[in-house]
Design a protein around this ligand. Structure first.
Ligand code: SF4
Length: 482
């Protein structure tokens, strides 16, 4: 007679042996550690490379742990970036033992031989070869890349690029740039502008949303020039409309946009879709002096930049705007730098990334002989960083007393509390016990500590962006589906 308890017993034995197989499989996996320097585009590309290595029985570990394979994705935007890359490479080289060290990306593209000659580097892969990075590694180390058969019950892969320990996803929609600003090496190391297809973008976002990501950040070098002639997508705005129509993504974020491509179309689109499109833009200014902008070959002047910001702020209350500025461009005077400070202090931007100019071989600006005194550059840099901190504090102050929606990003070492990123890109320290997943949390910002907004203990909810939250006078949160 058929005994149900036998079935249960058999089922539980099967589950146990499956778990054992899975455990054995996980314990025997090789270890992959990655490190990214530079921009979000690089972060996306690191994840892409890692997602192609992982099927060869590799498990991701932290970069400071012992691994079998280290991949460092580099940046070469300034001399300082090159030096940081060399430092990271030499740190790994000292501790890696018999592990393999692969260096990829922009620094390889700009100075391949120097990178290849660094102690401990086993393989270099430039940007043009990034797409076949796994093939190059597996050809070089067939044993390391030998694949075992994964137990069927151990498979949990969705096939979607997983963003290691990250709760927000990035998606590269284009690569390269045709603009050739006089200081910039990016068009040389990344090549001309190439757009992904709109269909691929939609497919990837749908996969990311299915994998649980609520936010996707669109990245690229010059995403404002997106178009896809194979379908009816003639501009970035067309692509954004398509994403909202054809995916269920809760939160879409644009990364950096060149000021001249921020059209009335994009601004109206963003203002009409604040439930799903983040109130945030990063608009590189580079200099507040028209003379320097022209020498940099930037296709706008300060008046145009300020006009764009005024339109954005009028249409999108609460928007956070970041900006890049370069100090010490050849020929920059104290007056030029004062023009940059004037814009920064006016409150146009809410924070700045301040870069120090450095000559990059092959760029036009290297030929300008009138270099700045490093002491002047250091002084200007310090002043702009100070302004940036003050502007960010003002942005935080404006957010106090409001509900904000945040996705947790990382844990504070000292308190163990999670902090998250709001739709308008402010950091908020979440209440105890909240965070550590990909969900959108709605919290009440009630104070500021250091560089964070601090969320109070009330009105904490995990909601989709299709819900509204309001705070009643008693301090209770009310959630209603829209
Ligand atoms: S737009 Fe200018 S600064 Fe930006 S990547 Fe292209 S050349 Fe470089």
């Amino acid at each position: 007679m058929h005994d149900e308890s036998d079935d249960n017993q058999t089922g539980s034995n099967r589950a146990d042996s499956c778990q054992l197989l899975r455990l054995q499989y996980i314990l025997s996996m090789k270890k992959l550690a990655t490190h990214t320097l530079g921009c979000r585009l690089n972060q996306f590309e690191t994840e892409k490379i890692a997602s192609r290595i992982e099927p060869y029985d590799f498990a991701r570990v932290e970069f400071d742990e012992q691994a079998d394979l280290y991949v460092i994705n580099t940046c070469t935007v300034t001399h300082k970036a090159d030096a940081t890359c060399r430092q990271v490479i030499s740190n790994v080289a000292r501790r890696k033992g018999s592990a393999k060290l692969v260096v990829v990306g922009c620094y390889v593209e700009s100075d391949r031989q120097r990178v290849a000659d660094l102690a401990g580097v086993d393989l270099v892969i430039g940007n043009r070869e990034k797409n076949k990075a796994t093939e190059l590694m597996s050809q070089m180390w067939p044993k390391l890349f030998a694949k075992r058969t994964e137990p069927a019950c151990a498979s949990g892969s969705s096939g979607v690029a997983d963003f290691y320990q990250r709760s927000r996803a990035w998606l590269k929609i284009s690569d390269g740039c045709n603009q050739r600003c006089s200081f910039c090496i990016i068009p040389t190391v990344r090549g001309p502008l190439r757009n992904n297809s709109a269909a691929n973008v939609i497919r990837d976002i749908n996969q990311m949303a299915t994998a649980g990501y609520h936010e996707v950040v669109l990245t690229g070098v010059h995403i404002g020039h997106f178009k896809d002639s194979s379908c009816d997508v003639g501009s970035l705005t067309d692509l954004l409309k398509m994403i909202l129509a054809e995916t269920d993504l809760s939160r879409l974020r644009l990364s950096s946009l060149e000021p001249q491509v921020v059209t009335e179309d994009i601004i109206s689109f963003m203002s009409e879709n604040t439930q799903r499109v983040c109130r945030y833009l990063h608009l590189p200014l580079q200099s507040g002096s028209d003379a320097i902008l022209s020498a940099m070959r930037r296709p706008y002047d300060r008046a145009r930049y300020l006009k764009v910001i005024t339109s954005l702020k009028a249409a999108l209350p609460g928007i956070t705007i970041g900006g890049d500025v370069i100090v010490g461009f050849p020929g920059e005077t104290d007056e030029d730098s004062a023009r940059t400070c004037e814009i920064a202090e006016s409150g146009a931007m809410d924070y700045l990334h301040v870069f120090t100019y450095s000559d990059r071989a092959g760029t036009n600006a290297t030929a300008i002989t009138e270099k700045c005194d490093p002491k002047d550059v250091a002084r200007r840099h310090k002043r702009l960083r100070k302004i940036s901190r003050a502007r960010l504090l003002e942005a935080h102050k404006r957010a106090i007393g409001s509900t904000v929606t945040a996705i947790s990003e990382n844990q504070q070492a000292e308190t163990g509390r999670w902090w998250g990123v709001t739709d308008n890109y402010l950091r908020v320290l979440l209440p105890d016990g909240i965070g550590g997943n990909k969900e959108i949390q709605t919290v009440f910002a009630d104070s500021i500590k250091d560089d964070y907004l601090v969320a109070g203990p009330i009105s904490v909810n995990t909601v989709s962006t299709s819900s509204r939250v309001s705070i009643s006078e008693s301090g209770q949160s009310n959630i209603a589906s829209a």
